[in-house]
Design a protein around this ligand. Structure first.
Ligand code: ATP
Length: 421
């Protein structure tokens, strides 16, 4: 595995080397674990590192952070710490074992060995480690046949109560199965169906579910993931009335294309929350009240709740865009929506006119501002602030409709409004 470790970027390799030396000094064992190992074996890019220490992880991170002159964040409740180093995240944890007092509860954790730490993980392919100890640097540690399953393209749990202990693993199983085009191993599949049948996804903390759902819907091109999961569980855990038909599945396909188009065309804009577009699609046939209940129960952030509820509330209004309209009218219909809502509408309505109006808004209208300011109006003798507000608004719509480019053109136009020669 040494050759695989060499594929990591120099910053990561540097961190591993220093950590290895510090661990030796303290007589700890230290390993790279989880998804990183899987991705190295699959020759996929690695963005973050997960490190497990048989010893005191926090004390090791403290020394490492001092050495690198960087800060770290300690998560008291889990005994873990995160370093942010040159744009990358490195998580450190003391090797621990877990016990679930009852299904769906948060586990009780105790410091333990690497072997016990690995068996508490979700799937064999995510339960491998690479030693970064001096004595066997780069050696693969694979107690649970993860490498064999990786070769055979199988998602396999490590013990039979796994899905009952933590039903988030149901979403994760489908996510990894779809991402790597793997199969869910037969026994794992049977146990997963059993847990779904027992309603295990309803027992779990909604905030944990939300985070996992976001990861699920944030995968590149999640249409296949959604379809697969719908066949299994129908998104009952979100709301039992969710119904997805051909129309919605076609929407998911168009949404993928719309997101690609948006990212290509507006690459300088802020990163969008892709997942929210798909979630809004999953919820689209529920009532407005039901949508609000879902977004509240899962504890989405305010802006996220707004994206999803505004889509549900105003979807009918967007049909008005299906004809030739003045720019100011298009502006009035579309202003105030998030980028995500606009992409949703674009994907939801494949009508040519609606789409071209949305693109026109995004490209040419949404960033428009008046060049003239309140001060300029004052100079022209406009004093009442409410009149000034109304005038500026009127002028702004004229600017859009008449395509006014310069301040001089705006002044000429405003003079007509306030009737000054
Ligand atoms: P990704 O490539 O999507 O980041 P990952 O495998 O790195 O996937 P994380 O969610 O970052 O996934 O988790 C890191 C590791 O922690 C996993 O590889 C797995 O070993 C373990 N893990 C995460 N979630 C669970 C869970 N619900 N149950 C058991 N183990 C988990």
């Amino acid at each position: 595995m040494i050759n695989r470790l060499k594929k990591l970027n120099p910053q990561f390799r540097n961190i591993l080397k220093i950590s290895s030396r510090l661990a030796k000094k303290s007589d700890y064992n230290i390993y790279l674990v989880g998804g990183v190992v899987r991705d190295l074996l699959l020759n996929r890019p690695v963005f973050d590192l997960d490190i497990v220490v048989e010893g005191d992880a926090i004390s090791l991170v403290r020394q490492l952070a001092k050495r690198l002159k960087i800060d770290f964040r300690r998560h008291h409740s889990f005994g873990t710490a995160t370093l942010s180093y040159q744009g990358h995240k490195i998580d450190f944890a003391t090797a621990r074992k877990e016990r679930y007092p009852h299904p769906g509860s948060l586990p009780k954790v105790k410091p333990s060995s690497l072997e016990k730490d690995l068996i508490r993980r979700d799937f064999s392919i995510n339960a491998m480690a690479i030693s970064i100890n001096k004595k066997n640097y780069g050696q693969l540690i694979d107690f649970y046949h993860g490498r064999r399953d990786l070769k055979n393209g199988l998602i396999r749990i490590l013990y039979s109560e796994s899905f009952f202990d933590d039903s988030l693993r149901i979403l994760r199983a489908v996510r990894f199965q779809q991402r790597f085009s793997f199969k869910i191993e037969t026994k794992t599949y049977a146990l997963m169906k059993q847990a779904i049948g027992a309603g295990a996804l309803q027992w779990i903390n909604p905030h944990r579910l939300r985070d996992e759902l976001i990861l699920f819907l944030d995968e590149t091109n999640p249409y296949r993931y959604i379809k697969r999961f719908y066949l299994l569980e129908k998104f009952n855990f979100i709301n039992k009335r969710i119904k997805l038909n051909k129309k919605e599945f076609n929407f998911f396909i168009r949404a993928q294309a719309a997101i690609r188009f948006y990212n290509k065309t507006f690459s300088n804009k802020d990163k969008i929350k892709r997942w929210s577009i798909f979630l809004a699609g999953i919820l689209v046939n529920l009532s407005y009240r039901e949508v609000i209940e879902v977004t509240n129960r899962f504890g989405f952030k305010k802006d996220e709740r707004l994206i999803i509820s505004s889509i549900k509330k105003d979807i009918g209004k967007i049909k008005k865009l299906d004809r030739k309209l003045k720019p100011s009218v298009i502006y009035k219909i579309l202003t105030g929506y998030s980028r995500e809502a606009l992409i949703f509408f674009y994907a939801y309505f494949p009508r040519k006119k609606i789409r071209s109006n949305i693109i026109f808004f995004l490209k040419d209208l949404s960033g428009q501002k008046l060049k003239i300011k309140g001060k300029d109006l004052q100079k022209m003798g406009v004093e009442s602030s409410s009149f000034m507000g109304k005038t500026l608004k009127k002028l702004f719509f004229l600017k859009l409709d008449k395509n006014l480019k310069t301040k001089r053109q705006e002044i000429k136009e405003v003079k007509k409004i306030v009737k000054i020669k």
